[in-house]
Design a protein around this ligand. Structure first.
Ligand SMILES: Cc1ncc(COP(=O)(O)O)c(C=O)c1O
Length: 399
């Protein structure tokens, strides 16, 4: 079978094997608790669903402009300006098929063969895959738990000097760490970025509305308006509006960059689905209490998962400031012979926990965090308690 060279540049997802195994165990009737999902468990708020249905009834079933319906682009611009206090116009907005597609389009519109992209690790696993598909090379900036999984200005400057990158990809709040940059930290990073005017920045803020206990998300473009021309903000409706299946995302960037991304998109998906765009338009007009109610649920679940984890010996995790993930430090259980079980790494550990405790987690190696497991807390509190208790029992059995 003929296969394109570019396929050799991406790895099949490390998480696939474990997800497939968890699904097979569920199908056998086993009670599996899954911390794997990267999506809210809520149904999309009803007014959004109603708006999409109405759009269908009214015949909104045709192509829309590639960059999105003018009304939606205008509303995204106004909403973004309102939410984050960054002036934005509709020609600075493109709507795509999920945050994923707009990130892909942004990378495809910047990266040539051999260009270097710097990505702090741990990272969302699709970034390096997209860069590789575009012919670029990834260099990671390794952040450590001791530094709060955040990059310091010095780390950024060292990486720029060493690798001469074309692009930097930042994600705050982060999947998988749940950590996020404060205003002060962003001011420090911006000072470095100012010294390298050829560097473009993708700023993925898809979890911006899911922050906890008073942590306030702040935009890079807000602390450094002078860098705005070089910043491509990518976001979407999936996480904050519980709209993962709708496949709707957007980018905000310089109009010239938006035109370049539209050109790429025009030859793949054209526009995002017309009636889904009508739903998104309604999402932005919702009373903020609707999103707030979901955020409060995540906040309570975050507190529950942290409280349950404290009771397990030998593991730890940083409290997330945002998103709905924790990275569980399981290093003490890796590379160790445990009686009958030889657990080499986090991948072995995730398999062991699934087989023994019937709990699905994602090995941290998938995100550049070996020795960790990523747990999503987008599931109800009872399931969280049950799942963490089972992880505790499975780990205790190794002692
Ligand atoms: C960090 C990050 N960025 C972007 C996305 C893309 O989300 P979507 O394509 O559903 O908008 C995800 C989804 O998991 C994510 O975790």
């Amino acid at each position: 079978m003929k296969k394109a060279y570019r396929l050799s540049q991406v790895q099949p997802s490390l998480t696939l094997a474990i997800t497939a195994k968890a699904a097979a165990m569920k199908a056998e009737g086993l009670d599996i608790v899954s911390f794997g999902a990267g999506e809210p468990d809520f149904i999309t708020p009803q007014p959004i669903i109603d708006a999409a249905k109405e759009a269908l009834d009214q015949g909104l079933t045709k192509y829309t402009p590639v960059a999105g319906m003018p009304a939606l682009r205008a509303e995204i611009a106004a909403w973004y300006a309102r939410q984050f206090d960054v002036e934005t116009t509709s020609d600075q907005v493109i709507v795509g098929v999920g945050g994923k597609q707009v990130i892909y389009n942004a990378i495809m519109s910047i990266i040539d063969n051999g260009d270097v992209v710097i990505i702090p690790s741990p990272y969302w696993l699709s970034y390096p895959a997209m860069v590789n598909l575009a012919g670029g090379t990834v260099q990671y900036i390794e952040t450590r738990e001791d530094d709060g999984f955040l990059m310091t200005p010095q780390m950024l400057e060292n990486a720029i000097k060493l690798h001469h990158p074309t692009l930097l990809i930042l994600n705050s709040p982060s999947n998988p760490t749940g950590q996020a940059y404060s205003e002060k930290q962003l001011i420090g990073l911006a000072e470095v970025l100012r010294r390298y005017p050829d560097l473009t920045i993708i700023w993925d803020n898809i979890y911006a509305h899911l922050t906890y206990h008073g942590f306030k998300h702040i935009e890079l473009a807000k602390v450094a308006p002078d860098l705005k021309e070089r910043i491509i903000v990518t976001g979407g409706f999936s996480k904050s509006f519980a709209m993962t299946g709708w496949r709707l995302g957007f980018a905000i960037a310089d109009p010239e960059r938006i035109r370049a991304m539209s050109t790429i998109q025009s030859h793949s998906t054209s526009n995002a689905t017309s009636f889904a765009q009508a739903g998104a338009l309604e999402a932005l007009k919702l009373d903020p209490s609707v999103v707030e109610a979901m955020r409060l649920k995540f906040e309570a679940r975050r507190d529950v998962i942290l409280e349950c984890i404290k009771k397990i010996d030998g593991v730890s995790c940083m409290a997330p400031k945002g998103a709905f993930y924790i990275l569980l430090n399981c290093k003490k259980f890796c590379n160790v012979e445990h009686g009958l079980h030889w657990i080499q790494d986090d991948i072995d550990l995730a398999k062991y926990i699934l087989e023994t405790g019937h709990v699905a987690t994602v090995p941290g190696s998938a995100f550049g965090a070996p020795g960790y497991l990523r747990l999503s807390f987008a599931l109800d509190e009872n399931a969280i308690r049950k799942g963490i208790e089972r992880i505790g029992q499975a780990l205790d059995a190794l002692k």
